[in-house]
Design a protein around this ligand. Structure first.
Ligand SMILES: [Zn+2]
Length: 338
């Protein structure tokens, strides 16, 4: 209670030292670190009275989740929400939460526990490529040693302090070893990473870029379902034929589930046929629509008692078939010539 003032200085000091090496590990790690940091020091941030009645569980999508068995305290938390959000974010040094909400009691809360923070740090630390021998032989400057010591001393919890100091030292050494191995900063976030393949990207940023690329391909296919890989690549550099066909298949599945099996005219049904057969609107003949939707019949949305029709009751033959190949499907008229 009274030692709130005593606590604050070291916390602020630690906050200024830690982010330097935390930042070097990438934005995702940094955010997670700040979250854990805030969760661990809940009691210091809100004070003993609140901490006694309100148990913090964790953070999900910018919502701070807590448990309290007392209706009076739930009410209190609602009233205090603006202040708590503000305090937590200021402590974290960035926006980590927007609201505070009651939840059930978790089996393993992620909050308020120095042990959990230490366990998480150790686990993260063990993911780092090791270079152990070289690292252990790497000397730090006296300045670097001093900042590691300052970091250790900055925590009220000795074990956590030592661990922070250790990891900090290890990171400094690792940075040196990685540079010696020709590692370069990740083009997106600056974390030291292997120089090849180019562009140099850390694993986290590489997968983020890949996800963005796939999303961009899907967007082109939604706008122009008839686009072939070279056309997609005009809009999305890096879109390979393989990626385009993967994303096309994915969209076909998704769209098919939304189109009713008896639907041959809706906008969605037409988009589905164009996407599946790579057809422009001008080629959406009755025959093309019938055949494509017949081929997709098992993927389409079906009523419970649906019995699949026989092939030739759907696909027309002879003169009828010829006509169907020449007639534009009624649904195709929804697409103006653009
Ligand atoms: Zn990166």
């Amino acid at each position: 209670m009274a030692n709130d003032t005593k606590r604050t200085p070291w916390l602020e000091k630690a906050e200024t030292i830690i982010p330097r090496w935390v930042k070097s590990k990438g934005t995702e790690f940094e955010l997670e670190y700040r979250k854990r940091w805030v969760l661990t020091y809940w009691r210091d941030i809100v004070g003993d009275v609140i901490a006694q009645h309100v148990e913090l569980m964790g953070i999900r999508k910018k919502t701070l989740l807590y448990y309290s068995s007392s209706p009076a305290w739930n009410n209190e938390m609602r009233l205090l929400m603006p202040q708590i959000v503000d305090k937590m974010n200021r402590f974290a040094g960035c926006e980590i939460i927007r609201e505070v909400r009651l939840t059930h009691r978790w089996e393993k809360p992620e909050a308020g526990d120095v042990l959990a923070f230490r366990a998480w740090l150790r686990q993260e630390d063990s993911k780092v490529p090791d270079f152990r021998k070289e690292r252990e032989q790497t000397l730090l400057t006296s300045e670097e040693e001093d900042s590691a010591k300052a970091l250790s001393a900055s925590s009220a919890d000795d074990d956590l302090g030592n661990l922070l100091g250790q990891i900090y030292r290890k990171n400094l050494q690792l940075r040196k070893v990685k540079s010696q191995h020709g590692w370069v900063p990740c083009s997106d976030c600056g974390t030291l990473t292997e120089p090849k393949p180019k562009p140099a990207l850390c694993p986290a940023c590489r997968s983020k870029r890949a996800a963005n690329l796939r999303a961009a391909i899907r967007q082109v296919l939604i706008d122009m379902p008839w686009a072939r890989p070279p056309e997609v690549a005009e809009y999305v550099p890096g879109a390979t034929p393989k990626l385009v066909s993967e994303q096309r298949a994915l969209l076909v599945q998704k769209l098919a589930a939304e189109v009713d099996v008896n639907d041959k005219t809706s906008l969605k049904a037409m988009q589905l046929v164009m996407l599946y057969r790579v057809l422009p609107p001008s080629q959406l003949t009755e025959d093309a629509v019938d055949r494509a939707l017949y081929a997709l019949r098992f993927d389409l949305h079906r009523p419970k008692d649906y019995v699949a029709p026989k092939r030739y009751s759907v696909i027309k033959r002879g003169k009828e078939g010829e006509a169907a190949r020449k007639t534009l499907s009624p649904g195709a008229k929804a697409f103006d010539k653009k």
